[in-house]
Design a protein around this ligand. Structure first.
Ligand code: PMP
Length: 283
């Protein structure tokens, strides 16, 4: 695998970052994950816009303009022969003597590497996923795509211990979002409910695209918090992320959702998403 590390394309196995990088010492950085499907760089523009926003929120200068980012991504795809997988981007504040407060003028560290796992054709789109709920232990700025991910590491470990596929995290009675995905339920009336954007959740790029498709198909979208009890009573539930597109939920904490099968709303949105995607040109 070829990575882009601090300005150069190098074999990932040989890539190194200084120990004094603030990303290593403090998790002082942000990241993005963009899918590549059949040679298409999926939702590149909004992913780069969210990267720019995350950087601005924590006062790290954006090292590249959007067209420069895209050029690096395309070169990374070319050098790796990447047609199906993920591009991981990380930007940290840079290298400095260890101290919590930072000086101005540090040079941000930029890292990109590919992952070759296929994004589409997940068997879970047919079988549905097993979800566990657990308390959302993250900070109060979940809208920033921070590399400080201890709460998610702990949540995903609990998921794997439980033999489940994803965790939906709760604050009080309410579900905030998945450990690495946006959560949705469908009511008996056919409305699609997902939490409204706020510092409590990451503004999902796949969420943006799925909601646009859902509106175009005449579905009613209600952006509001929903409770675990509402989710258990839902006729359908599903989640979205760049790395999974969309996955239907079979069970939550062992309780079947609907008839446990991928529901019609999920199937319609997923098919529409894949059709729209294949209409796009290759990168
Ligand atoms: N919420 C969280 C906490 C996530 O980590 C992710 C995945 N990056 C998402 C939502 C989904 O966002 P996106 O659709 O942009 O991948």
């Amino acid at each position: 695998r070829i990575a882009f590390i601090r300005g150069q394309f190098v074999p990932l196995a040989e890539a190194v970052i200084p120990v004094m990088d603030r990303g290593f010492l403090f998790g002082d950085g942000v990241y993005e994950v963009t899918a590549v499907i059949e040679g298409r760089l999926v939702d590149d523009t909004p992913h780069l816009a969210r990267l720019a926003r995350s950087l601005a929120e924590i006062d790290i200068p954006n090292p590249f303009a959007a067209p420069e980012w895209t050029a690096i991504e395309k070169e990374l795809m070319r050098r790796n022969g990447l047609r199906n997988g993920l591009i991981y981007i990380q930007v940290t504040r840079g290298v400095a003597e260890r101290a919590f407060a930072y000086a101005d003028g540090l040079a941000p560290t930029v890292v990109l590497f590919p992952q070759f796992q296929p994004v589409q054709y997940s068997p879970l789109t047919k079988t549905g996923a097993r979800i566990i709920t657990l308390p959302d232990q993250r900070w109060t700025r979940c809208d920033i795509k921070s590399t400080s991910l201890l709460a998610q590491v702990m949540a995903k470990h609990a998921v794997s211990q439980a033999g489940a596929h994803e965790a939906w995290m709760t604050r009080g009675d309410q579900i905030t979002e998945g450990a690495s995905s946006t959560a949705y339920i469908v009511t008996a009336g056919g409305d699609v409910i997902t939490r409204d954007l706020s510092p409590a959740v990451l503004p999902g790029i796949t969420r943006q695209t799925i909601l646009k498709i859902a509106r175009a198909r005449g579905l009613t979208i209600v952006e509001r918090p929903f409770t675990r009890a509402e989710a258990l009573a839902a006729t359908e539930a599903f989640y979205t992320s760049a790395s999974t597109i969309a996955i239907p939920v079979a069970t939550i904490d062992g309780h079947p959702i609907g008839d446990r099968e991928p529901g019609p709303v999920f199937q319609d949105l997923y098919a529409a998403y894949m059709r729209d995607l294949m209409d796009l040109p290759e990168a």
